[in-house]
Design a protein around this ligand. Structure first.
Ligand code: S3P
Length: 180
């Protein structure tokens, strides 16, 4: 297994913001799978969804993980919110490093993303309902893929970073798919 720190979680859970801060603190470079794909495709995620469709984007995410397994080590890797859903990606995430799931409530996500235009899946009439539906389907998957689960809804950035570094405090090691 590679020594990367992998951040997973729903859109708006803070993976990118946490990743950037963590990369400064730990002096590790950061990779964002959405950005990685956008750079290679020379298109935004929204354009990729519009032109090629979601399933093509999901395949690009898997290709991205496979490439990172070959090239990335001792880095912070923030992955798109839907990436863990594809079963093929579970083993790839494990090979890539230690997986931290940043868990947030649907209301927190809605508050952060209600005016966002860059997430194609949330450009719907009732985004909160969409967030709730996607999150209830995905939460068990995020939990199953995680080495460490962090409830971050009420945590400051410093608390999140401390927890990731120390793997203590509010976080707990994922011993199964259930919280202790
Ligand atoms: C998605 C999450 C997005 C991006 C795409 C699809 C999802 O990434 O990959 O819009 O299915 O949850 P973030 O989690 O970084 O917003």
């Amino acid at each position: 297994m590679k020594d990367n720190i992998i951040l997973t979680g729903f859109m708006g859970s803070g993976k990118t913001s946490v990743g950037i801060r963590l990369s400064y603190r730990m002096k590790r470079t950061m990779i964002d799978t959405d950005k990685w794909i956008e750079q290679r495709q020379k298109m935004s995620v929204s354009e990729i969804f519009a032109v090629y469709g979601e399933s093509a984007f999901r395949k690009m995410e898997t290709d991205c993980l496979k490439a990172l397994i070959e090239t990335a080590d001792k880095q912070i890797i923030s992955v798109g919110g839907g990436l863990p859903v594809r079963e093929e990606n579970h083993g790839l995430l494990k090979q890539l490093g230690r997986v931290f799931y940043l868990k947030v409530s649907p209301e927190v996500v809605y508050g952060r993303l209600k005016d966002d235009k860059t997430r194609p899946l949330l450009q719907v009439e009732n985004p909160l309902e969409k967030i709730r539906g996607l999150m209830s389907a995905r939460s068990p998957i995020y939990e199953a893929c995680a080495d460490v689960i962090l409830d971050v809804s009420d945590m400051s950035f410093d608390e999140i970073l401390d927890n990731i570094e120390e793997k203590g405090g509010y976080c707990y090691e994922n011993t199964g798919n259930k919280r202790p």
